[in-house]
Design a protein around this ligand. Sequence first.
Ligand code: ADP
Ligand code: ASP
Ligand code: MG
Length: 822
Amino acid sequence: MRVMKFGGSSLANWQRFSKIAEIIAVAAEKEQVACVLSAPATVTNTLIETVELAIKGHNFELLLTNIEQIFIRLHSQAAEEKISDTQLSILNSELIAHLSDWRQKLAGVKLLNECPDSVQAQIISSGEKLSANLLEQILIAKGITSSQLDPQELFLAHGAPLEAVVDINLSKPKFKTISLNNNRVWVMPGFSAADSEGKIVTLGRNGSDYSATVLAACINASSCDIWTDVDGVYNTDPRVVPDAKLLTQLSYQEAMELSYFGAKVLHPKTIAPIAQYHIPCYIRNSFNPDSLGTLVSNDTDTTGLNVKAISNLDEQCMFDVSGPGMKGMVGMASRMLGAISQTGVSVSLITQSSSEYSMSFCVATLSAAKVKAALEQEFELELKSELLEAIKVRKNLAIVSLIGDGMRTRKGVAAQFFKALAQASVNIIAIAQGSSERSISTVIEQSKTKNAISACHQSFFDVQHYLDVFLVGCGNVGTGLLEQINKQAQMLKAQNITVRVCGIANSTKMLLNAEGIELSKWPLLLNESQQISNIPEILNWICDQQLLNPVLVDCTSSSKIAEQYVDVLEAGLHVVTPNKKANTRDLAYYQQLRQVALKQKRQFLYETTVGAGLPVIDNLKKLLCAGDKLLQFNGILSGSLSYIFGMLDEGMRLSQATSIAREKCFTEPDPRDDLSGMDVARKVLILAREVGLTLELDDVDIESVLPEGFDSSGSIDEFMENLTQVDEAFMQRISRAKANNKLLRYVGQINQGKCSVNIVEVDSSDPLYSVKGGENALAFYSQYYQPIPFVLRGYGAGTDVTAAGTFSDLLRTLNWTRELDS
Ligand code: ADP
Ligand code: ASP
Ligand code: MG
């Protein structure tokens, strides 16, 4: 005989009941079947809520009506398609009987303001009975002989009435009294049993899985199939990690550890009965019966990694029993565990430091009060005499465990596990590894579970490295960057780098999507978005999503955004930007940024702030690290002014050259930023600070391209119009230089600890003489590079090179891992 268990998710509506009846009918053609059923989805939860309301003296009628409606709907749909009127009236009268029984019991509970466990067990286990009634009638209507097995007659259990354990040895003989051959299919309600006094008990939440394997053990079934709503057991909860991998085979021990440490797909007690009797168990999907599922048996799949899976057990709290009286005191552990066992609560993890000063253990938060009271009673004297400190209970914790038979033979698993947690900024509160070495468990804050699981999954099972990009500023460079990311995505993926753009914001709106925004549609999606652009909100959202490697890319030229980098770094993001504003604010902020980045182990990268895509900052840093010292710097640092001054060489007027440069996107959005010299001054200051000069922007001596007294106020268009007024003066200045075989160049300089920006006349022997057309040239005279300077030359402006430089900074953040140091 084959046991088949169907969980609440497989019984949510009539279509699901009908589907599982088909699955059973197909199986029953080959072999006799015993089905174990849960209550339809939501029913048990609702029954538990009715009890809670009644205890508080509140009205529970509405909830009972909800349950009634679920079954009335199921019955009438069954009547429409399959079952006869007589069958329908049997089902409805049983439903009415249950409703009246619930009402009576709940009225008593409401009156007493308490509910004995045995009464609670009777109420909450009856959803499964109603499921079994319906399936039995459907099968009969299909012409399959079937009747029910009563778990309260057949399963003898002991232990806490709501967490009972079935005694298989005592239950097994009871099946001998039934002629199992009489029916092709047997149906049994899951979740319940009876104790030695015949009182109904339940087997713990989610306990129908356990009912099924107990039944399989009692009737010595050929196999036990657990049908659920996923294709089998995954290497982690597929709801937490969408690309979790399906496991085809697990050993009993692995499955036991997984279920024990929280994999909801199997109730923790499920595996023991079938492991004892070596019955194979298949976890399968009732929504996708063609999938083969996961086989749990004596064997494991040894082809893959030694680490099989990661699980999480939520809503835990940790007790810490410590004090001078603990040291060397024989029997403390036994007294502590003895007191806990009296409460019937199961301990999920225990650790003790070798100094024997303290022992810690975890239990489900729901049971914390009970356990605390029991311990305080057990250790009353020790607590009074201060041999023990007051018992500490830490709440809102989760246990994250790594599981796999093969971990025994592999070194470095724990190191890799803890490193992954550190990189996800998850603090480990306690650690436990059994000597079976089949699992390693860590206790962490529950709010960090998703982060922890994703980081571990990525470290052990995923070859891809992720970059989660948040782009602020959708001007030329921002848009260009998005295009480049989109174009390169496949190529990078082949190199195991996945770039997900999870946020895009302009000055008014923003768009967020943790799975990554579809880049071919971003302008449309951003336009349709209702969210107002706001950096603190983005940071909160990132924290909620628990993203692993978020990077803020600031493609604005806004001071307001630059002022928020400290918060952004504090929130755990890298910052990548072509925006010069942060690095040219006051020195205190400049230094704070670096300190925070260092502390947070996050990168602040701004290669494109000087020389656009040219590798200026990185090379300069490397030279300084290698011990070089800057003596002097001369450079054409503005692509726009290089372009404009090159055009002036050829006789063009200043206003016309500026207008063409603007059209070609060589200038800043407002060309006054270039012509005022401010943009070059910022770049010189960034370089100067890079070599250690403690200067402010005001310390840079700037000669503006615009003559003194020129009125540069008004809108950009007004300014462009007024610019013609200086054309004549410029023409004359150029003619004078030409008369001496010289050209005008706009040069930024660092010399003897001072920074300046000037219009300089250069002759043909100067390396800057031939630099024009938007090119930048940077000449570094240093201890190692003199008298011939180290020169970097190439396009220093333009959307493509700046976006590409930003992209390359973005990829550099991948090499950085983050660890927690406080
Ligand atoms: P049923 O109603 O069939 O008993 P459950 O909801 O109790 O179903 O269990 C199935 C759910 O368990 C899945 O939908 C999945 O979200 C969750 N789950 C948690 N961990 C795992 C895992 N490692 N593999 C598969 N599912 C898991
Ligand atoms: N219906 C019970 C519960 O929800 C048992 C089960 O479905 O496994 O806990
Ligand atoms: Mg379940």
